[in-house]
Ligand binder design. Structure first.
Ligand code: ADP
Ligand code: MG
Length: 698
C-alpha cells in the first residue's frame, strides 16, 4: 500500500501548521514573533506553548521529553525526563511546564569544555531554540536547545551558529538598506548539505575492531577490483540498499527533513543523500538527525552505515557538500545573478563580499573542516585540495573581469546544447559548469563548499562563512554609509572593482588537482595547510580572534577552549587508531601469519618425506611470510614505544604534531607490509573480512 507522502511529511514535527492548530491565537502570534525576530518569550507564553506541545506529543505516543543539544563531541546529546508527575492519591498526571521547555540544567562536567567549565561548577544550561521545531522520535518529545556553561559561555555547536546568523543578518540588512531596500528586515543563511556514506554488512563490521573502534579500516589489501570501472556511480540500487533508502526517506520525511536525492556514489558500497535546503540552523539540526537515522536504519537492515571520511584505503572517501546562500525575509536569494549579472548591483556586492571573506579567512575555512579523518581526503585527488580557492565559472569570471578592466560586458550567449536526438528538448549549457576539483564553487545561485568531511557537523563551516561574510559586509557599510543615494551606483561599482583587484588571487577556475596549481597558489600567497595540527593554531591568530569577538560569535575564552578541544580530539583519535592497530596486529594479524607459515612449513616437511622435489616456491612463500612477520613485529614494537612516549608530552600542540609526524608514519609503514602479506594468505586464513568481502556484497 502506498503511503500518502504529504500526510506523512512532518507528521512528527511541531511545525507551523500544528502550532496554528494547537495554540491560542495570541500565543501563536507571540511565538511566531520570537521565531522570526528573536524577541523574548514571557513565561506565561512558554507555559501555554509547553502545554500544547505536550498534548500533541502525548497523542503521538510520547512519554518523555528531552532537551536535545550539540556538544563539542560533534554528536548530539539528550537526557530523557518523563512527563509523569505523581499526585497525592497515587495516580500520575502528564505534565510539562514552560520552565521545563525553556531551560534545562544538565550536568555539563562530562562534555568537552576545553577548560571553560571549572570542575567545581558542573552545572550547564540548555536553552530552547524556538527557531528549530520540536519533534517526536522514539516516544520522546525532542526540544532543540543551545548548551552553555553556568556563566554563559557556549559549550556547543549551535550557539555560535545562531550568533553568526544574527551577525550576518544584521550586516546584510544594513547594506540592503543602503542599496534601496528598506523593506528588508532580516537575512537568513540557507544551507543544503549533501551527505555521502558507505553501507556494509553488519556481520562484517562486527568482526573488524578497526571499524568498531575507529570507524575506518587500518589494514586491508586492495581487492582485484576497485572503482576503476566507474560502474557504481548512479548505478542501479541493489535491493537491500534500496530498502534501506526507502525506510530512511520515510523516517526523514516524518521528521520534516526534505530528503530529495539519493544515488550510488563513485566508490563501491558508497551512496549519497541530499535534502532540499533550509535555513542554516535547521539544516544543521537536520543533518545531525540524518546521520543518526542513517546509522539506526542501517542497523534494522543488518547493515552498518559508515560516516568516516576514509573507511577504505585506495577508494574514494566520503565528504559533505555545504551548499550555502543568503536569502532576505522578503524571499530574495542574494546570490541569484538574475538574467544580467553585470547590471545586478546587489548581486555583485554580495558576490564580492563572499570573495573577500573567503580570501581573508581562507585559513579559518580550512580549519573549519580539519579533522583526523578529513586529513585522509583533502589534497588526495578525490576530494578538493587543501588549498582554499573559489571557482566562478566562465560567465561570472567574464563579468568580473570586465568590471575590473572598466570594459562593457557583453553577456555571453548561452550555448545551445545539441544532444543529437530531436525528440529531446534542447537546453542551455549551464555556464557555471561543474568543476569537481574546486573547494568552493559558485553553482548558479549559491556557493558549494566541498571540503567538509562526511562525519563533520556542518555547524562549524557555516559559523566561519557567516562570520567572514558579515565582516566583509560591515567593511562595505563603512565605505558606503555616507554616500548620497544618487552617487550610490558609482560608489558601489568602485567598491566592487577595488575589492576584486585586491582579492582576485583567490579565484581559480582550473584543475585543483594539478601540481602546477600548488606552485601557482604558493606564488599567489594562498594558504596550503596540509594537516590538522598545521592549521589548528590559526584559530588563535590575532586577526581571527578579532573577527569572532567583533561580531560576538565567540569570546576569547571560547576560542581558546575550542582550540584546545580540537587539538585534544585530534590526538585522541590518532591514539585510539594506534592502539587499535597494535591490538589487531598482535592478536589477529601476526597469529594468522604465523599459523599459515607453520602450516606451509609442515606441508613442505611432510612432502619432502615422500617426493624428491626442492619445493622452492613453497620455501619462497615461507620466507616471505617469515620476513613480513619480522618486519611487522618490529614496527609494531616501535608503535607501542612511540605511543608510550606520547603520553609524556604535555603541550597539546606538540602532542598533535608528534602523533602526526611520528605515529602516523609508523602506522602507514605497518599497513604497507601487512597489506602485502595479506595478499599471500588464503581467504579463510584472515580472522576478519577483507576488502573484497566488505565492498562488493551489499
Ligand atoms: P548537485 O550539486 O548535486 O548538482 P543541486 O544543484 O540540485 O545538486 O543542489 C544541491 C544542494 O544544494 C541541494 O541540497 C539543494 O537543496 C541545495 N541548494 C539549492 N539552492 C540553494 C540555496 N539557495 N541555498 C542553499 N542550498 C541550496
Ligand atoms: Mg553538489
Amino acid at each position: 500500500m502506498t503511503k500518502n507522502i504529504p500526510e506523512l511529511y512532518g507528521s512528527l514535527v511541531f511545525n507551523d501548521k500544528v502550532m496554528k492548530q494547537k495554540l491560542p491565537k495570541d500565543v501563536y502570534k507571540t511565538l511566531r514573533k520570537t521565531i522570526e525576530n528573536g524577541t523574548h518569550l514571557e513565561l506565561d507564553v512558554a507555559n501555554s506553548v509547553a502545554v500544547a506541545m505536550k498534548e500533541w506529543a502525548v497523542e503521538l505516543g510520547a512519554t518523555h521529553f528531552t532537551h536535545w543539544f550539540q556538544p563539542m563531541t560533534g554528536f548530539t546529546a539528550e537526557k530523557h525526563d518523563s512527563f509523569i508527575s505523581p499526585t497525592d492519591n497515587g495516580e500520575v498526571l502528564m505534565e510539562f511546564s514552560g520552565k521545563e521547555l525553556v531551560k534545562g540544567e544538565p550536568d555539563a562536567s562530562s562534555f568537552p569544555s576545553g577548560g571553560l567549565r571549572a570542575t567545581f561548577e558542573a552545572r550547564g544550561y540548555t536553552a530552547w531554540d524556538p527557531t528549530s521545531p520540536a519533534f517526536v522520535k522514539d516516544g520522546t518529545l525532542y526540544i532543540p536547545t543551545a548548551f552553555c556553561s553556568y556563566s554563559g559561555e557556549a559549550l556547543d555547536k549551535k550557539t555560535p551558529l545562531l550568533r553568526s546568523m544574527e551577525a550576518l543578518s544584521k550586516e546584510a540588512t544594513k547594506i540592503l538598506h543602503l542599496l534601496g531596500h528598506p523593506e528588508v528586515t532580516g537575512v537568513s543563511t540557507t544551507v543544503g548539505p549533501e551527505q555521502e556514506y558507505f553501507l556494509i554488512k553488519k556481520e562484517d563490521y562486527m568482526k573488524r575492531k578497526d571499524l568498531i573502534f575507529t570507524g575506518r579500516t587500518l589494514l586491508g589489501a586492495q581487492p582485484p577490483k576497485g572503482q576503476e570501472m566507474e560502474d557504481h556511480y548512479f548505478g542501479s540500487l541493489k535491493p537491500q540498499v534500496a530498502a534501506f533508502m526507502h525506510d530512511l526517506d520515510e523516517e526523514l520525511w516524518k521528521l520534516g527533513i526534505p530528503a530529495k536525492t539519493k544515488h550510488n556514489e563513485v566508490a563501491p558500497a558508497q551512496h549519497e543523500l541530499a535534502p532540499v535546503f533550509d535555513t542554516a540552523n535547521i539544516a544543521v539540526d537536520h543533518n545531525q538527525l540524518t546521520m543518526e537515522l542513517m546509522k539506526k536504519i542501517a542497523d534494522k537492515h543488518d547493515l552498518v552505515c559508515l560516516l568516516h571520511e576514509k573507511p577504505f584505503d585506495g577508494i574514494n572517501g566520503s565528504g559533505k557538500h555545504n551548499n550555502w546562500s543568503m536569502v532576505t525575509n522578503t524571499g530574495v536569494n542574494l546570490l541569484d545573478p538574475g538574467k544580467t549579472p553585470a547590471e545586478n548591483i546587489q548581486f555583485l556586492v554580495f558576490l564580492v563580499a563572499v570573495i573577500k571573506a573567503v580570501d581573508e579567512y581562507a585559513d579559518l575555512m580550512r580549519l573549519s573542516v580539519a579533522s583526523a579523518g578529513n586529513d585522509h581526503r583533502l589534497g588526495a585527488n578525490e576530494a578538493p585540495p587543501a588549498i582554499v580557492s573559489i571557482f566562478l565559472g566562465d560567465e561570472l569570471t567574464g563579468v568580473l573581469k570586465a568590471i575590473t578592466n572598466d570594459e562593457f560586458f557583453g553577456k555571453i550567449d548561452k550555448v545551445q546544447m545539441n544532444i543529437g536526438a530531436t525528440v529531446l528538448p534542447h537546453f542551455s549549457k549551464d555556464t557555471t559548469d561543474r568543476n569537481r576539483t574546486s573547494p568552493f564553487a559558485f553553482t548558479g545561485n549559491k556557493f558549494e563548499f566541498r571540503m567538509l568531511g562526511s562525519s563533520l557537523s556542518v555547524a562549524g563551516p557555516n559559523v566561519v562563512l557567516n562570520s567572514a561574510v558579515a565582516e566583509s559586509l560591515s567593511e562595505f557599510y563603512e565605505e558606503l554609509k555616507d554616500v548620497p543615494a544618487d552617487a550610490m551606483c558609482d560608489a558601489v561599482h568602485k567598491l566592487v572593482k577595488e575589492t576584486l583587484s585586491k582579492h582576485k588571487r583567490i579565484i581559480f577556475n582550473g584543475n585543483g588537482y594539478s601540481d602546477d596549481w600548488v606552485l601557482e597558489a604558493e606564488k599567489r600567497g594562498l594558504y596550503n595547510f596540509k594537516s590538522t595540527p598545521d592549521v589548528l593554531p590559526c584559530f588563535i591568530a590575532d586577526k581571527n580572534i578579532e573577527l569572532f569577538t567583533k561580531h560576538q560569535i565567540f569570546t576569547e575564552a571560547e576560542i581558546q577552549s575550542r582550540y584546545e578541544i580540537l587539538l585534544e580530539n585530534y590526538s585522541k583519535t590518532i591514539r585510539i587508531e594506534a592502539k587499535t592497530l597494535s591490538d589487531m596486529i598482535k592478536k589477529e594479524f601476526l597469529p594468522a601469519l604465523l599459523a599459515y607459515a607453520d602450516q606451509v612449513t609442515c606441508t613442505v616437511a611432510d612432502r619432502k618425506k615422500i617426493v624428491d622435489l626442492p619445493c622452492t616456491q613453497e620455501i619462497k612463500l615461507i620466507t616471505s611470510l617469515s620476513s613480513s612477520y619480522e618486519k611487522i613485529s618490529c614496527l609494531e614494537e616501535q608503535l607501542e614505544a612511540d605511543t608510550a612516549k606520547a603520553e609524556t608530552i604535555e603541550d597539546a600542540l606538540a602532542l598533535a604534531h608528534f602523533y602526526h609526524e611520528s605515529i602516523i608514519p609508523t602506522m602507514d609503514a605497518i599497513r604497507e607490509v601487512a597489506d602485502a602479506a595479506e595478499s599471500l594468505l588464503p581467504h579463510d586464513a584472515l580472522p576478519y573480512p577483507g576488502y573484497s568481502d566488505m565492498l562488493f556484497y551489499v
